[in-house]
Design a protein around this ligand. Structure first.
Ligand code: UFG
Length: 331
């Protein structure tokens, strides 16, 4: 692959920083652009340049884009439930923020973009295995804001010569292989993270939201994908631009795990039999969401290297076990 200079928005965050490390390993130059509202300066390797700023700060962004070949755009608000109660920052950051970034890119003549999208653009898909051809019907403002950003990007591709790929992540999980880096969110909502908190005895129990879904064991099924595999997909998307490949791609393992299976897996990997409480459904959860990633395989040449849930949980546990205070711990 050609050596590129890549600007990474949200490069101090969970998936962004994992991608920054991989870009550097592969010999690319990296500029991280992050306002540190949720990211961590310590997650950014020394070898990357770092600019603290908001993506809506157009003069700063245009300056940062000097000499840049491609942008990886991770910076976003991501919590589904919060998007329902307080949609404003989701529209400002995920939609307007993307618009201002695109304008800055066009002004700075940077024409390659890899965008972090989400399975939430599908809402409640009509089939178990989700392909990119399925209807795009988000059921929450988070998914709406990401889908609107995808539409905006497609229009900029048609009109202004941008090349762009949107990567629709299913359930991102795990940590850097070996556990040196990982997720450090002030507000923890994701299943694997909360199971590990329970295993570390920092939560009294894990709460299962709903046991009456039309799934084999009554709990929701999701496709958990290793953060290192998500990072690799971004580099695959970048090199695919050289072959004229762009578009929207699902990223998952194509294998579903129920909430109960995740709980059992975390208990097995950690050796901690933490207590579990069953409560009513959480509003807005689809019963079954599993990716067909055939398009990414065919066109990007991307295939997950760490598809096993055990490996995903193992790496996340290494991070949680050795960094009880996240990036606030000594690393
Ligand atoms: N769950 C529990 N207990 C918990 C936390 C979660 O039972 O304490 C359940 C949820 O109800 C759901 C499943 O575990 O059935 C997974 O929930 P997560 O919160 O880990 O993830 P989601 O599937 O809700 O959402 C994630 C991302 C979204 C993205 C979506 C796409 O947070 O940004 O995956 O699949 F859009």
């Amino acid at each position: 692959m050609t050596r590129s200079r890549v600007l990474v928005t949200g490069g101090a965050g969970y998936i962004g920083s994992e991608t920054v490390r991989l870009l550097l390993e592969e010999g690319h130059e990296v500029v991280v652009f992050d306002d540190l509202s949720t990211g961590h300066r310590k997650a950014v390797p020394e070898a990357a340049s770092f600019i603290r700023g908001r993506i809506s700060d157009t003069p700063l962004m245009i300056e940062a884009l000097a000499g840049v070949d491609a942008v990886f755009h991770f910076a976003a608000n991501i919590e589904v439930a919060e998007s329902v109660t307080d949609p404003k920052p989701f529209w400002w950051n995920n939609f307007v923020g993307t618009l201002t970034l695109l304008d800055a890119m066009v002004k700075a003549e940077v024409f390659q973009l890899v965008f972090s999208s989400t399975a939430a653009v599908y809402g409640n898909p009509p089939s178990d295995l989700v392909t990119e051809k399925m209807p795009l019907q988000p059921v929450n403002p988070y998914g709406e804001s990401k889908l609107s950003a995808e539409t905006l990007i497609a229009d900029y591709c048609t009109a202004y010569g941008l090349c762009a790929t949107s990567l629709r992540y299913f359930n991102a999980a795990g940590a850097a292989v070996g556990g040196k880096h990982g997720a450090d969110h002030a507000h923890k909502t994701h299943l694997v993270t909360l199971c590990l908190e329970a295993a570390a005895r920092r939560l009294p129990c894990l709460t299962i939201f709903g046991t009456d879904y039309p799934t084999p064991d009554g709990t929701c099924v999701r496709d958990y994908i290793h953060v290192a595999d998500l990072a690799r997909a971004h580099l695959a998307a970048l090199s695919a631009f050289e072959r004229g490949v762009q578009g929207s791609f699902n990223l998952g393992n194509g294998k579903g795990h129920s909430v109960r299976e995740v709980v059992e897996c975390v208990q097995k990997v950690t050796g901690v039999d933490f207590p579990v409480k069953e409560v009513a459904r959480r509003p807005g959860d689809p019963a079954y969401l599993v990716a067909s990633s055939g398009k990414a395989l065919d066109l990007l040449g991307w295939k997950p290297c760490f598809p096993s849930l055990e490996q995903i949980v193992h790496d996340a546990w290494e991070w949680v076990r050795t960094h009880p205070k996240g990036y606030g711990s000594d690393i």
